[in-house]
Design a protein around this ligand. Structure first.
Ligand SMILES: NC(=O)c1ccc[n+]([C@@H]2O[C@H](COP(=O)([O-])OP(=O)(O)OC[C@H]3O[C@@H](n4cnc5c(N)ncnc54)[C@H](O)[C@@H]3O)[C@@H](O)[C@H]2O)c1
Length: 359
């Protein structure tokens, strides 16, 4: 198939996420054209195909043989991802693979092989890399406003959501480590800025039916002092902020709705005076030293752009993928980034053998 400037794409797995990919890629600022959809439930693909005036398939083999399609977005259930990617790549397609990109160790090994064989055609859909609040926070921290980060806490709190679909069953590739884990581990690794050297974790199942983990704690550190803490929980009655960062000149946070970034930081001109720690007991009445009257600046910055985070992560991913395929601009989620997310998840699984992880 010769390449035109627009990208003809197809979506396989027309559930909640498949429909979102179809919608937002078709509506993105870069030219994409939905030419085919596929779901093993024929009625689902037929219905969506009518909306987009495209072809409908109920068999992934036939779908991947469609000569009009350059890009295949795979959003089938998680345990099929790696195998479906192999099928589409073997048939010459470019693939955008939904998260979790690998659920089992065999999936992980298969992806390593596919990356060796097709390094230019396999992309990983870690779309929450493009959350506007995350991108805004990255810019603020890079500007030095809150100083050197000491601690980054990322928390996805679902307030008592007793989710009961396949994504809470381990034999279907569910559990929060697979559901929200890839997003927050990916962001956490970006904050760390290097592969994780130490990974500590504790997972529980507290509320949800099924056998999947619904309370996930992971801490990541690298060669430097920064600690990244990740918390994904279905059992938080009082949800806390989605992201909190402590720096040595201030702090930043944003709530679960990701609307505003709250900042408190020392005036950039401020320089600490030199004080020394004394071995003497404080003089009576003096107590310990406190810096009163520090020149704090507090700000609330609306997250930009002010559109739905759920829409923006898809639209931005579509634009970045277009730029990678047509303009040779590297896709921000590199394959080594994505594989590091899987390596960390594999370590977490090994640290939590009380769960019956899918093999
Ligand atoms: N990136 C994100 O933000 C995000 C959000 C939600 C879900 N997801 C991921 O997307 C994937 C799908 O999740 P969902 O919530 O859309 O699930 P879903 O159950 O709503 O949809 C899955 C679809 O795949 C179809 N399917 C199953 N086996 C198939 C096969 N062999 N061939 C073709 N179609 C098949 C099902 O009939 C169903 O329509 C999951 O892996 C999930 O982790 C990602």
């Amino acid at each position: 198939m010769s390449q035109s400037s627009s990208i003809n794409f197809g979506v396989c797995g027309i559930g909640r996420m498949g429909r979102a990919h179809a919608k937002y890629f078709s509506e993105s600022a870069s030219p994409y054209r939905l030419v085919a959809v596929c779901d093993r439930e024929a009625a689902r693909s037929r219905e969506l195909a009518e909306d987009y005036n495209c072809k409908a398939y109920d068999d992934i083999n036939q779908f991947c043989d469609d000569p009009d399609m350059e890009l295949v977005i795979i959003s089938t259930p998680s345990l099929l991802h790696a195998k479906n990617a192999q099928l589409a790549l073997d048939k010459g397609k470019t693939v955008l693979l939904e998260k979790p990109i690998a659920v089992t160790t065999n999936d992980y090994l298969l992806l390593q092989k596919l990356l060796q064989k097709y390094p230019e055609r396999l992309f990983f859909g870690h779309n929450h890399r493009f959350e506007p609040a995350f991108e805004n926070a990255r810019e603020i921290v890079a500007s030095g406003l809150i100083g050197k980060p000491v601690l980054v806490k990322l928390c996805k709190h679902h307030d008592f959501m007793r989710r009961n679909d396949w994504q809470m069953r381990l034999d279907c590739g569910g559990g929060q480590l697979s559901v929200w884990g890839p997003h927050l581990i990916d962001q956490g690794l970006q904050w760390l800025g290097e592969p994780a050297k130490q990974v500590h974790s504790q997972l529980q199942r507290v509320l949800t039916p099924g056998d999947g983990d619904d309370h996930v704690k992971i801490s990541l550190s690298g060669t430097g002092p920064l600690l990244v803490e990740i918390e994904i929980s279905n059992c938080v009655a009082i949800p806390g902020p989605y992201c909190t960062i402590y720096g040595d000149r201030g702090a930043l946070l944003y709530q679960q709705n990701q609307k505003n970034i709250e900042l408190k930081y020392l005036s950039p001109e401020f320089v600490w005076d030199d004080i020394e720690a004394s071995s003497e007991a404080p003089k009576p009445g003096e107590g310990m030293h406190r810096d009163h009257n520090l020149p704090w600046i507090s700000e609330i910055r609306p997250v930009q752009p002010e559109i739905s985070m759920w829409a923006q992560v898809e639209i931005a991913m579509a634009i970045h993928l277009y730029n990678a395929l047509r303009n040779n601009i590297p896709f921000p989620v590199s394959s080594s980034d994505a594989m590091e997310v899987v390596r960390v998840s594999e370590l977490v699984k090994a640290q939590n053998p009380q769960f019956n992880w899918a093999k």
